[in-house]
Design a protein around this ligand. Structure first.
Ligand code: PMP
Length: 392
């Protein structure tokens, strides 16, 4: 018996970009210590008070089927938070609670695209985007961004592909580049969406990790609220990756439609997880700043260290838990560099190519290990790049 083309096609053939990561894991399994700067997971665990609240809720009996759209108090709190941040009137009817941002991304595309509709997304991209878009039966279409623009997308490039497309997926603060889209970039994107009647799906799961300026949600731009679905998550902001809790913010009518999808797929998120998420949100901005602080610190360490050399250059590190390093001075592809670094120094970073052709000749470094180990690894990386320089 054959599986459906839809499910067997999720990976789209070819490499999934995780070869260096898998090789590092094999080395570790064989007993070789490897410094892992690969995946986007905090080096702290979910805070004890959040887990205690989860326990309290579960012991208190919130273990049956929970409200599928989300418990009202949680939806209200997220609505108030979104309204306070964006200035856009938002109520619980605009919020669907989902099992993480990942499910929200799938749900959002399923909700706005019919099978075969062109769904646009930007390269470089979060590694699972193409699979999510294919899984939702869309026809994903990549749009390149450029290292020389510091990976800020060009509205004209999007407009050139927008005719007849249904949706555009953006992500700021961005994984993998660490770039935060400027107001001008977002205004240009919003205009293209309005001109070509596109839904905008705005992945804002790193909105609490902005190192310069403030986070701007495109939903707040004029006439965008009715065509924007914002994806949010507790994974990065509250170090709750394993709790699987996120949300979608959007027009009430499409939220109703997405509730129907949830009823027929996930049947919602466990009540005790939702209660713990509410508790975590009520810890307020100081707690969120505390969770983000290690990345802010390590970014400062990296900026200082990288300023003193010229073997690699740093793409402006404005947000999220990653640095994108340009290693083109070595003449190597990101993949060749990452493999050589792993072999020579047992440091694992992600090749830029894993995230699309636009990031060729770059590597992504996750700032997810302790400060001193992070600094040492980065120094080693720079020294290694220096030895590889073609003009040395
Ligand atoms: N979007 C981006 C850009 C991400 O990097 C991630 C996780 N790495 C997600 C969405 C999904 O996160 P989660 O499902 O844990 O909320």
């Amino acid at each position: 018996m054959q599986p459906s083309k839809r499910i067997s096609g999720i990976l789209g053939g070819g490499s999934d970009g995780w070869d260096v990561f898998n090789k590092a894991r094999e080395m570790i399994a064989a007993g070789t210590p490897v410094v892992e700067l690969t995946i986007g997971e905090h080096d702290i665990r979910t805070a004890a008070p959040i887990l205690q609240d989860m326990h309290r809720s579960a012991m208190g009996g919130h273990t049956g089927y929970a409200s599928v759209p989300g418990v009202p108090a949680l939806r209200d709190t997220i609505a108030a938070r979104v309204e306070a941040q964006s200035g856009v009137p938002t109520t619980r009817d605009n919020i669907l609670i989902t099992p993480g941002g990942q499910s929200a991304l799938y749900t959002a595309h399923f909700a706005v695209c019919d099978p075969g509709d062109r769904a646009l997304y930007l390269d470089p991209f979060y590694a699972t985007y193409p699979g999510t878009l294919r899984g939702a039966s869309t026809a994903p279409q990549r749009i390149q961004t450029h290292a020389e623009d510091a990976f800020q997308p060009r509205a004209a490039d999007i407009a050139a592909e927008a005719k007849g497309a249904r949706s555009l997926l953006i992500n700021s603060p961005n994984n993998p580049t660490g770039v935060v889209y400027s107001r001008a970039t977002l205004e240009g994107i919003a205009q293209v969406c309005k001109d070509h009647d596109l839904w905008l799906i705005s992945d804002e799961v790193y909105d609490t990790q902005v190192w310069e300026g403030d986070h701007l949600s495109p939903r707040a731009l004029p006439d965008m609220a009715q065509r924007t679905l914002v994806v949010g998550s507790m994974s990065k902001s509250h170090a709750m990756t394993g709790s699987r809790i996120g949300w979608i913010v959007g027009p009430a009518q499409i939220v109703d439609d997405m509730i129907n999808l949830a009823i027929h797929t996930t049947y919602g998120v466990p009540g005790y997880i939702q209660d713990a998420a509410l508790f975590a949100l009520n810890l307020g901005p100081d707690f969120e700043a505390e969770v983000a602080a290690p990345f802010r610190r390590r970014r400062a360490i990296a900026q200082k260290l990288l300023a003193g050399q010229n073997a690699v250059s740093l793409v402006p590190a404005q947000g999220a838990m990653y640095l994108m390093l340009d290693v083109r001075s070595t003449g190597m592809s990101g993949e060749a560099f990452a493999n050589a670094l792993l072999d020579a120094h047992h440091i694992a970073v992600m090749p830029g190519e894993s995230f699309g052709a636009s990031a060729a000749g770059h590597v992504r470094v996750a700032m997810t290990i302790q400060d001193s180990a992070f600094e040492t690894a980065l120094k080693t990386l720079c020294a290694f790049a220096k030895t590889c320089r073609i003009d040395e």
